[in-house]
Design a protein around this ligand. Structure first.
Ligand SMILES: [Zn+2]
Length: 426
């Protein structure tokens, strides 16, 4: 691998009110990047239109995945201004599930054991959301600080988790270090793929970390995404799709060395990565084992080409299953409207004539709105049990096996269909 350098003078989407194409690798500045998947044009997943309003113009953005042959990073082909992706009228609610809570409790136990944390140690969580992760460290006796730009930070503060409501920048990192001293642990769970200028985020993390400090990140895992055909997790919030190798290369550019990595079950398959300043800690075998299992170079290209073909075939298979149902006069609805459902319905072309409505649990902010890019309304889940449609497609299929028994227990008698990786009756 050639020496990698940071991209300079790159146009930023943030503040543009629009989008900018990714013309060189976000991590290492290599160009040209290779197109490995094209899902066509997609609406922003948080674009909310109330059901019953007349259709009006809406932005759609190209949705492509690009591969960097230099640092192995797979990335979105376009960066969209965060004001479009996270509109103020659509407050992000954490929706912390048991799986996520269990995962954070697991992260805490693992980190405490591996790093022998003491009560003097400061733990900082970037993108701390409602404070769920930090609560474990706080209960364990560590000093904690959350950094969270949205109002969700107020929930954390109300729970007693000190939270700074700011966007994380190197400047904020300097202020925090002046006020609180160096951090023993900095965590970033699931925001590490979202933030446009990744290098300044890592600069900020380095400011925060003491000499023996450890950075722990969790990200959706590229290899799992490919293996389980989770192309529906490709949308504009997710700018980067990390393998361990691409993440290690990125951190290495800042003098950080990955010393432990582990696959975890959240979001349908994620990776937890520990990094410290180079040579500060021995590198665990876990790193070598995971790296050895990851394809790279031509092997990665071949894997991505197979993925591209499988994505296309999965669309045709789902359409075939849906066609058979519709020819017999069936009514079809959808179960749950996570962001990934927007990619699925728009890529496959499921519209309001095919899907009557999508059910969400009572209280969801999506109820009464339309699925992005379509005229499919989102309704309260009780409709499923009163209407008994012939088939329900589970859009949160990554947890389908957990959902199905609950829907049966509540009385749904129709067919439950998992759309991916291959349409499958549950
Ligand atoms: Zn690169």
């Amino acid at each position: 691998m050639t020496t990698m350098k940071r991209p300079v003078n790159v146009a930023r989407a943030a503040g543009s009110g629009a989008s900018v194409p990714i013309e060189c690798c976000q991590a290492c500045a290599h160009a040209p990047l290779e197109n490995v998947l094209s899902l066509g044009y997609m609406p922003p997943v948080n674009q909310v239109v109330a059901a019953g309003t007349p259709p009006r113009q809406q932005p759609w953005f190209p949705t492509d995945l690009l591969y960097c042959a230099s640092c192995e990073l797979v990335q979105l082909g376009l960066a969209v201004d965060p004001v479009i992706i996270f509109p103020p009228e659509y407050p992000y609610t954490s929706g912390t599930t048991r799986l996520l809570r269990d995962n954070f409790a697991d992260l805490y136990s693992e980190a405490r054991a591996m790093l022998a944390l003491s009560e003097r140690d400061l733990v900082i969580d970037i993108g701390s959301n409602d404070g769920t992760l930090l609560t474990s460290f706080k209960n364990g006796g560590q000093r904690t600080l959350g950094i969270e730009p949205t109002d969700v930070g107020k929930i954390a503060a109300a729970r007693g988790v000190a939270t700074l409501q700011r966007y994380f920048t190197p400047q904020v990192a300097e202020e925090v270090r002046r006020a609180h001293g160096p951090a023993r642990v900095v965590t970033a769970a699931n925001c590490f793929a979202h933030i446009e200028d990744i290098h300044s985020i890592i600069d900020g993390i380095l400011y925060l970390l003491g000499t023996d400090g450890v950075f722990i990140s969790e990200s959706h895992y590229l290899i799992g995404l490919i293996e389980r055909l989770q192309y529906d997790t490709v949308y504009h919030e997710h700018l980067r799709y990390y393998s361990l190798r691409s993440l290690a290369n990125l951190l290495q550019m800042h003098g950080l060395e990955v010393f432990h990595a582990r696959l975890i079950p959240t979001h349908g398959g994620s990776i937890r990565v520990y990094a410290a300043r180079r040579s500060e800690r021995p590198v665990n075998d876990s790193v070598k084992t995971l790296l050895a299992a990851e394809p790279q170079g031509d092997a990665m290209r071949a894997r991505l080409a197979a993925f591209r073909r499988e994505v296309m075939l999965s669309k045709l298979r789902l359409l075939t299953a849906v066609r058979d149902l519709k020819e017999s006069g069936a009514h079809i609805c959808g179960i749950s409207a996570p962001s990934r459902a927007s990619t699925l319905v728009n890529y496959v072309g499921l519209d309001a004539d095919i899907i009557d409505y999508v059910c969400e649990i009572a209280g969801s902010l999506k109820i009464g709105k339309l699925m992005p890019g379509t005229a499919i309304p989102v309704v309260e889940e009780s409709r499923l049990f009163t209407d008994q449609p012939d088939c329900a497609i589970v859009f949160s299929w990554h947890i389908a096996d957990e959902l199905a028994p609950k829907l049966r227990a509540k009385g749904y008698r129709g067919k439950l269909l998992s759309p991916l990786p291959t349409p499958r009756e549950i």
